[in-house]
Design a binder for this molecule. Structure first.
Ligand code: DND
Ligand code: ATP
Ligand code: MG
Length: 267
């Protein structure tokens, strides 16, 4: 394993999970929320968030929502349901296909927009359950996805708290092992499942094991691409590609821009 990647994943995950769990319970009590709701895909990130939430709060204050579509493999649903049941967390399974079909009756066809619509339908359902229970929504984005904008704006990117926002994908995988998440989930290739055969690393065009050290040097160490490339023994063009993804996705990590220039301070 390359040295920089080894450094990233060689962490005290007992300490890290404890810190995240205290942050979750601290925020939940400060916000007077009765609990947390999280979308369960049967993938790595949501499984880790579920476990951290169940550790941080009583499992009875955590609600998991499994929302398969026609592009969700059955084994993902099985993994999500089994995991929630093993933690004693309540869950609902809601098939979002009828909703997608209704949209398809009035919208033009587009593969990517339909995928993003899935993420936004799921967001609506999570907030519905947050509303009726007095809960808040736990998002599952990790630092890799957040920094390159690999999420649907106002879809899976919409949440009230982001428990694993400080951890790169490779670190989330290592944390999952520490937390005892089943191997069938830990070893699953990351996928948004927004269309058939959709794989994250394929769409991004880079493996997380290569991208995370680049992100670390650019984002945390604030290194210039040339220096980062030299440090990692990679072509500078590869580092620049990651830098480009960070820059073009800035709008996804910011509040909508108030383009009006009206200044009320003179009234
Ligand atoms: N400069 C700018 N300033 C302000 N807003 C800007 C903008 N550029 C685009 N936008 C807006 O952003 C929209 C594009 O963003 P968005 O709608 O998110 O769409 P987009 O970024 O094109 O697609 C979402 C990507 O995230 C991936 N994803 C989604 C969900 C989950 C996961 C996962 O890892 O599980 C991954 C998905 O596979 C896809 O590659 C534009 O239609 C426009 O409305
Ligand atoms: N079928 C689904 N049911 C419920 N929630 C879902 C479903 N698909 C996606 N989500 C929600 O959207 C989030 C983003 O998906 P994403 O694929 O990034 O995460 P993941 O599946 O948990 O992990 P990985 O990124 O490793 O695949 C999920 O963590 C989950 O909260
Ligand atoms: Mg996934």
């Amino acid at each position: 394993m390359p040295a920089m990647l080894e450094k990233l994943v060689d962490q005290d995950f007992g300490k890290i999970s404890g810190q995240i769990e205290r942050s979750i319970s601290g925020y939940v009590s400060k916000s007077s929320a009765k609990g947390l709701v999280v979308g369960l895909s049967g993938g790595l990130d949501s499984s880790v968030v579920l476990k951290l939430a169940a550790n941080a709060l009583l499992p009875s204050r955590v609600l998991g929502i499994v929302m398969p579509s026609d592009t969700t493999p059955k084994e993902d649903v099985d993994h999500a349901v089994k995991l929630a049941a093993s933690f004693g967390v309540r869950y609902h399974v809601i098939d979002i296909n009828p909703l997608l079909e209704k949209y398809a009756e009035v919208l033009p066809e587009d593969k990517k927009a339909r995928g993003n619509l899935m993420a936004r339908i799921r967001m609506n359902i999570l907030y519905y359950y947050a509303n009726i229970n007095g809960y808040i929504v736990a998002g599952t984005s990790d630092k890799s996805e957040l920094q390159i904008g690999y999420f649907t704006k106002f879809g899976d990117g919409a949440a009230d708290i982001l428990p694993i926002a400080g951890l790169y994908k490779t670190q989330v995988r290592a944390l999952a092992r520490h937390l005892g998440i089943p191997n069938e989930i830990v070893e699953k290739k990351s996928s948004p499942r927004l269309w058939l055969d959709h794989l994250a690393e394929q769409e991004i065009g880079m493996d997380y094991e290569v991208m995370d050290p680049i992100l670390y040097l650019l984002v945390d160490r604030k290194m210039k691409p040339k220096a980062a490339a030299k440090r990692l023994g990679l072509p500078v063009s590869q580092v620049n590609r990651v830098k480009g993804m960070i820059e073009t996705s800035l709008h996804k990590r910011s509040m909508p821009v108030a383009v009006s220039s009206i200044n009320n301070s003179s009234f």
